[in-house]
Design a protein around this ligand. Sequence first.
Ligand SMILES: *Cc1c(COP(=O)(O)O)cnc(C)c1O
Length: 419
Amino acid sequence: MNDLTVTRETFDEALVPTYAPAAFIPTRGLGSRLWDTEGREYVDFAGGIAVTALGHSHPELLKVLHEQGGNLWHISNGFTNEPVLRLAKRLEALTFADRAFFANSGAEANEAALKLARRVAFDRHGADKYEIVSFLQSFHGRTFFTVSVGGQPKYSEGFGPVPAGIVHLPYNDIDAAVKAITAKTCAVIVEPVQGEGGVIPADPAFLKALRDACDAHGALLIFDEVQTGVGRTGHFYAYEDTGVTPDILTTAKSLGNGFPIGAMLTTSELAAYLKVGTHGTTYGGNPLGTAIADKVVELISDPAVLEGVKARSASFKAHLARLNERFTLFSDVRGKGLLIGAELVDTYKGRAKDFVAAAGRHGLVMLMAGPDVLRFAPSLIIPQADIDAGFASLEKAIEEVIAAVAAEAAQADATAAAR
Ligand SMILES: *Cc1c(COP(=O)(O)O)cnc(C)c1O
């Protein structure tokens, strides 16, 4: 083997170029702090995209990782294991559901949900009830089925014919939904807050209308809680606060705090349609992943943690209001709990990427949700001192971007005047 020295440039030489990672390489994390190869310290407002809900290197999760890691990592679904059984019981005690299917990601949890819905409709009503209703700007993962169901055509174009029977409607448009949900509909899939689509909360009346239309036409309602679940909104699952209970719920991201795991939760009545051999996965529900997730769920379902999310949310929103008073940067600040989106005013539209890059230079790991929205999805237990430090960095990053945009504008004016 030749030289194994690696740098950021190695990414461009050795990886499939599906990502455009930051200029620095994080090597260590603790709580809501990160350090890179140069020893530079960062506050983490991104949480690995709403994943590290208990921060980095949480001592209780490390303990489970070491203990379960020393006992049994993997055994296959030819056997069951104690951690998967405990995790299922714990999730079922917290939700409407009484059956769980475990997968390795959000996309796979949604794949299972969509296949279950199609199978239920097929077995109950026959081959013609297969339409899946989804919403524009929604995101459900990158497998070919889930990316086709997702409402962002730029992600599914160029990969050949998409699966048939998928309808996309405007989000939060009750009239459109009521018209489009018919006897042919087998399922409606919706995010209670659209995450990737720009942090857009669903109107409770919209979710209620979806529930009613599904009931009227024998369709299943799927809540994709991959991003909103596991405490993110200040409720263990976001549906609890909507007055609407889905038939199927999918969860991943924060569920493993970074250990890859996803789950589909449903009722025993519906679960019965996925008989032995109809669906499966090699790793799904393995003892290492489920032991970790079981501890994550135990810790986050603590009412004190969920209350803490609400308090931290208020702190984030107060900081954003203060920044907006100073800079008039945001046309809207929205979201629930610690999933917050700040939409940029027209002057800065399309520049979310610039703010994220500038934040990195000032010691803050940030996220965007599309080109116009800054997204905040930190650890649910981020200390107040880290929130304040992160916003101090963000303020410097904003000053830098505003100065750069003003300089660009002055340059453009000078060029125009010289003509
Ligand atoms: C991230 C996300 C997914 C996809 O999850 P993966 O683990 O990346 O497959 C699906 N749905 C929503 C709402 C998400 O935010």
